[in-house]
Structure formats: C-alpha cells, structure tokens
Design a protein around this ligand. Structure first.
Ligand SMILES: Nc1ncnc2c1ncn2[C@@H]1O[C@H](COP(=O)(O)OP(=O)(O)O)[C@@H](O)[C@H]1O
Ligand SMILES: [Mg+2]
Length: 508
C-alpha cells in the first residue's frame, strides 16, 4: 500500500500545492484527533471515475488515531476505496463544500461522523472526517466539552482553508500533544481553560495561582509564543527553562476566523527529563573524548620511555627491536588522537593512514634510494574497534615494504632492476576502498618481491605474526600476500579484506 503522495498521484490526479496542503494536514492533525477523541480520515475523490454514474468514489489517503480515546479502526484503512453510497456524508461535504454531520455506518457500527470539506485556494480538494462510536451512557466532562468545541473551530478552519497552516512548521518528536497539557486562550490571550496536565506544567514553571482569566505574562511567564502566534496567525514553538532543572516546551496554535486570531490552543509539555538526558549524552561524549586524549598521552609517554631506554643500548638488534615497538605504540596513539578530536566512536581512516605513511617515510627512506609512498581511495569512517588493529597492521606492512622491498645495492647484492631494464623509482602504494559492507586495503610495492617459497601462514617474523593475529582475531578479516613476479611483474601485492558489518556473535 502506498503513501499519501503515491495514492493521490496514481488514483486522484491531485498534485502540486494542493497535494502539499494535504501533506501538511496529515503532518499536523494529531492534536485535532486528540481534541475530538476520534479517528480522523482523509478522503480524496477518484479521478476519471469509470463508475461515475453511480456517484463519486473516494479513496482514503490518510488516517490518524486519537491518543485520548480508543480507535474505531483497528485495521489499516489507508488505500481503501468507497462508493458514494458507503460514504454519503463525505460525498455530501465534497459536493456542498460545507461541514455535514450525521450518524452512519462506521466499520459495522452506528457511528457519529463529521465530514469537513478540505479547502485549498478556494477549491474543495478533499474531505476530512471525524469518526467515533459515541459512548451513549456517559456525560462528557468539562475537559471533553472544551476540547470538542476547540476541535469545531479547527474544523471550520479546515473548511475555510486556513488549517493546515501555510507555514512550514513541521511537528517534531518533542512537539507536545493535547494529552501533555492544553490551555485554551481567548481572543485577548487570557486563559479560558487549562487542562490538569497543563496546570501541572505551569506548576513546574513556578506558577501556582489559578491561571483562568489571566494572561500568561501576568502570571510571570515571560513567553513570546502567544503574542507572536496571534500576530502572525501561524503556530509558534518555544522552550522555557527554569534553571537547569526544568524545561517546558510551549506550542501555540492560533484559532483563526476570516484571517483573524480569535483565540488559541496552547500545548505544553514538560521535557525536563529529555533535556537532562541530552545534557548527559553531551557530557558523556566529552568524557569519551577526554579519555581518548589521555590514552594517547599515556601511549606517548610509554613510547618516549622506551626510546630513552633504546638510546642506552649498544646492541644493534636490541635498538631495532625497541624502535619497532615505539613505532607500533605510536600507531595506536595516532588512532586515539584522531578519536579524541572527532568526538564520536569512529574515525575517518584516511586521516590516520597519511600520518602513518609519514612516520614510515621519515624513519626509513635514505637519500640515495628514496622510496615514494602514495595513498589513494577512501576508507571512509571506521569504528575504533577496527581502526586500532588496522593501524597497527598497516604500519607493519608499510614498514616491511620499506625494509625488504628495496634492499640497497652492494657487493654480493643483486641490484633491483626491473625486467624491462628501465630503472623504476621505488614506489609503495596504499589503496583503500569502502563499499559500506567491507573495506579493501591494498598495499603494493614495485620492489624485489617476496623470497622464493614464501608462505604467509608459515612466516615466523614478528611483524607478520602480529599482522596474522590481528587480522584473524580483532579485524576478523582475511589477508593475502603474493609476488606476481612469474608474469614479469615485480614487487609484492598485499590484499586485506575487512568486514565492516559487526560479527553476528557480538551481543549488543
Ligand atoms: N614487501 C615485501 N617485499 C619483500 N619481502 C617482504 C615484504 N614484506 C615481507 N617480506 C618478507 O617477509 C619476511 C617477514 O616479515 P616480518 O614478519 O615483518 O619480519 P621482519 O620484517 O622483521 O623480517 C621479511 O623478512 C621479508 O623476507
Ligand atoms: Mg617487518
């Protein structure tokens, strides 16, 4: 079943601003359903009706249930087509352009129906019906009678073309509903009626006197919604705070008659709890950022301590081992540094790759045989869970390319010259590709290639052991290393697949 736009376009031929008017109606009619304690349905006449002789058929393009009462329609009615005989009041309102009321069959019960012509630009383009099964044994109280009479005023506005309001004033999730608290204001802005929940909301704002007959300003509520809504004839929303503890949102819907505000419906909602949670989330974000910052600082301290220790060593092998450890720690610190500045749980990974490359470049490239590094593609944003091990893996791979792919020419060492005899410049490229489900990382060099008989799974070096273990246990991806030298190409190609959808067994 399609939505309002699809249904109206395919079945009724209604489009453009008239269709937009209906969209605004269904976007803003929630409070009206609540005020009337009834379901609201929106009917649009079918275009080029082949059964025109038997009367005008209509299709339901919108439906809203009240939050203040039971619904008449437990099932979905949007998309249902009715003949004129089944919906006589809707057909009558369409034809006469006036509000008609009566008792008719509603979903196999005798229901009370009010059919309101929906006018746009002087034309009746649809009919909005209010449908309920009256509870005959019950006398409506003051609240219900007041709400019903306010609903009648909105109904008149729909028929007149002044509701929905023309202003783009979309209702938000936090928009107050009638049940949150409703105040009816007179033409001079004085309180005619305040619902019990509205009185509670006023209490939260420190107003404890009887509000009836008073203007909110006289009660000490320095709000601008009411005067503004009266002046512009459109709804206005405002949040009022009392210290850090209390936040109440006010939404004023003017009641118009012939373009003039003759009163207003003011909805109030205590959103203190929502705002408190917002503030908590913001401070949690700040805390997480702070933690990443401190982790980075601690890692830098550790790597400085190691470096100091390395300087005191004399064995070349020991010095190199310390240097490698320093590099690994730095690559992890880099991820935390980036996380501490993004303020979210993920990082744009390219921002990490570039400094990683720079570190390897600075520590290794000798002036007589400079190795160039190139980064291409986009890794997108990666969660910290993936970014940290991946940074370490990439450091090892780049380090290996720099360490092993381009051995210096010397006595007993075959100079690395390409098979075509033209001396190529040593180049290491990193390519990143993120398709949303997986990240592909390619590291390629044009060096001497892997040693004969090389087998990644059997390789015993510390660097590749770390790579294998991180790829298998933390990244949960796969890696392959090969030298396509047999085809006349040189160098080494490493392909790393990183799944980005969280593994199934993770309980979240
Ligand atoms: N890009 C590469 N080009 C040539 N050989 C490589 C490359 N990457 C790795 N290797 C080979 O794999 C071996 C293991 O690497 P690794 O586990 O990092 O240990 P290490 O770097 O300490 O030797 C290297 O000694 C080298 O022979
Ligand atoms: Mg290595």
């Amino acid at each position: 079943m399609g939505g309002l736009a699809e249904l109206t376009r395919s079945l009724t031929g209604l489009e453009g601003p008239a269709l937009a008017h209906l969209h605004r109606l269904v976007a803003s009619w929630g409070p009206l359903a609540d005020l009337s304690f009834a379901d609201l349905l929106l009917f649009v006449p079918l275009a080029r009706d082949s059964e025109q002789s038997r009367g005008q058929r209509v299709v339901v393009v919108g439906h809203v249930r009240p939050t203040t009462n039971q619904t008449v329609y437990r099932h979905d009615v949007v998309g249902a087509v009715f003949g004129e005989g089944e919906r006589p009041l809707a057909a009558q309102a369409l034809r006469s352009g006036t509000i008609v009321e009566g008792e008719v069959d509603v979903d196999a019960e005798l229901g009370q129906v009010l059919a309101i012509p929906v006018r746009w630009d002087g034309e009746v383009v649809a009919v909005c019906t209010r449908e309920s099964i009256p509870d005959l044994g019950r006398q409506p109280g003051e609240l219900e009678r007041t709400y019903q009479s306010v609903f009648r005023r909105f109904a008149a506005m729909i028929a007149e073309g002044s509701f929905p309001f023309a202003a783009e004033d979309a209702e938000t999730e936090e928009a107050p509903r009638v049940g949150d608290g409703a105040i009816v204001l007179n033409a001079d802005g004085r309180v005619a009626y305040a619902s019990p929940n509205a009185v509670s909301a006023l209490h939260r704002l420190g107003i404890h006197v009887n509000a009836e007959g008073e203007r909110l300003a006289d009660l000490g509520l320095e709000e601008v919604v009411v005067p503004t809504a009266f002046a512009i004839g459109a709804p206005v929303t405002e949040e009022i705070e009392r210290g850090h503890e209390v936040t109440v949102v006010l939404r004023c819907l003017p009641l118009l008659e012939g373009g003039r505000a003759t009163g207003a419906l003011l909805l109030l909602r205590d959103i203190s709890e929502l705002r408190r949670r917002d503030r908590l989330l913001i401070s949690m974000d700040a805390t997480i950022q702070e933690i990443h910052h401190r982790v980075k600082n601690n890692l830098q301290t550790i790597s400085s301590l190691l470096r100091l220790q390395g300087r005191r060593l004399t064995s070349r092998e020991a010095k190199e081992a310390i240097e490698e450890s320093v590099r690994r720690i730095r690559s992890i610190a880099l991820v935390h540094e980036t996380l501490s500045s993004t303020g979210s749980g993920d990082v744009p990974f390219n921002d990490i790759v570039r400094p990683l490359v720079r570190t390897v470049e600075e520590s290794l490239v000798s002036p007589d045989r400079p190795v160039r590094f190139r980064v291409g593609g986009d890794a997108g944003r990666l969660p910290a869970r993936v970014a940290t091990p991946l940074a370490v893996v990439l450091t090892e791979l780049l380090q290996n390319a720099a360490d092993h792919a381009f051995p210096p020419a010397g006595p007993g060492v075959e100079p690395p010259s390409p098979l075509d005899g033209v001396s190529e410049q040593p180049l290491v490229t990193v390519h990143l590709d993120n398709d949303g489900d997986r990240l592909l990382v390619e590291v390629a060099d044009n060096g001497v290639g892997l040693p004969p008989g090389f087998d990644l799974a059997a390789s015993t070096g510390l660097g590749l052991s770390i790579v294998r273990s991180l790829v298998a246990t933390q990244i949960e991806g796969s890696i392959s290393m090969r030298s396509p030298g047999a085809n006349g190409c040189r160098g080494t190609l490493i392909e790393l697949q990183v799944p980005l959808t969280p593994p199934q067994h993770v309980v979240r």
